[in-house]
Design a protein around this ligand. Sequence first.
Ligand SMILES: *Cc1c(COP(=O)(O)O)cnc(C)c1O
Length: 445
Amino acid sequence: MAFTSSSLQSWKQRYPELTDILNLIPTLWLNPKVKELDSISTMPVTKQDIYDAADLFERFAPFLEAAFPALQQTNGIIESPLKPINNMKAALHRYYNTEINGNLYLKCDNELPVVGSIKARGGFYEVLHYAETLAIEHGLLQKGDSYEAFTSEEFKQFFQNYSIGVGSTGNLGLSIGIMSAELGFNVTVYMSKDAKQWKKDLLRKNGAQVEEFSGDFNEAVSIGREKTTTHANGYFVDDESSKHLFLGYSVAALRLQKQIEAANIPVDKNHPLYVYLPCGVGGSPGGITFGLKQVFGDHVHCFFVEPTHSPAVLIGLLTGEKDNVSVQDFGIDNITEADGLAVGRASQFATSISEHLISGIYTIKDNDLFQLLSMLVDAEEIFLEPSATAGLLGPKSVLQSSYQNTHHIDSGNITHIAWATGGSLVPDRERQELYKKGKEILQSN
Ligand SMILES: *Cc1c(COP(=O)(O)O)cnc(C)c1O
């Protein structure tokens, strides 16, 4: 329920940054609660949990390779490349007047096989984890067995007795739906009003059930949770509080560490790494930040980015209320073309961990998302969905702030990574429309 105007006034007095945020003005908020890793005493997850999650992906590799033709080349390992984007760096300089002295890379999760988005990490992990737990509990499998057994009729028959549900704006639904259906589960995806038609069509084609709602993401989640848990064997993938999703995302850090080493990119006190992560509920950017902090310690600086119309994690962390408040409480409409980020309320689990790990959050206008989308196509021939382009404005937002001074950072030594979170499954027709829209905005400037 929306706050009254007098209580909004007192919120703004306590947190002056709220004035711009509520006026939908792009903002960079620097997190006053960020701590050095060593000084954070307890977290609900550990570094060992990341290794365990990575091991689970390894155990399932033979199944994934057999089940998905797209994974044959990589022997069942799901990973994306890290690419230098120097032409885009030059284009950012021209259009946004941002000189990036350091290196700029794109982490291409838009290319993650099978579902074309970052949700292949968290979403696949949670479904596989559940499938493994059930198979072991019921004596179908032991950990040393070949997991190719998950392709067998026997396993599929068994999983038909179980249902999985999930609420989604699109991409999480795709990853849970496709993996669950492949294993034989009964799966229902509760889609919010933002969900794109092609995502629903693709899910149905892959054997998932889709229920559509006129409400937003958080409403789709509550209805989905309620309906799924009425089934005796119902399991709900809860994006508002899932530890499994979080750990699935965190594995990306171990993989990125290897890629950074292979590319001879130094990361140390004099060579900081800045990572810009598009943020919805905060699960994927939170899990990746947690992982990166375990790997690179305080030499990595993580920034989240949210649409000006959906600053759920920003409002949650700025006020300290986390998931107790929504953007709608503050009179913000949560309407954005960035369907992956169209979230009004933060994940409780992820946000409580991010609270002390992230360096800050900036917000971005939808017009910039489209503009960046077209710029990246022109500069690098890489197509991203609108949500996924948000990280590209990170260097501009952060380099123009006091952050470097406060942390004694020489901006010429920074390696910037924009995390591209999705896009390779977007159909051609939609791609052309999005590209055209960005071009029109660029030309009208
Ligand atoms: C889901 C998603 C995000 C954000 O992940 P959260 O876990 O919701 O914070 C970013 N980009 C894309 C394309 C997504 O699908």
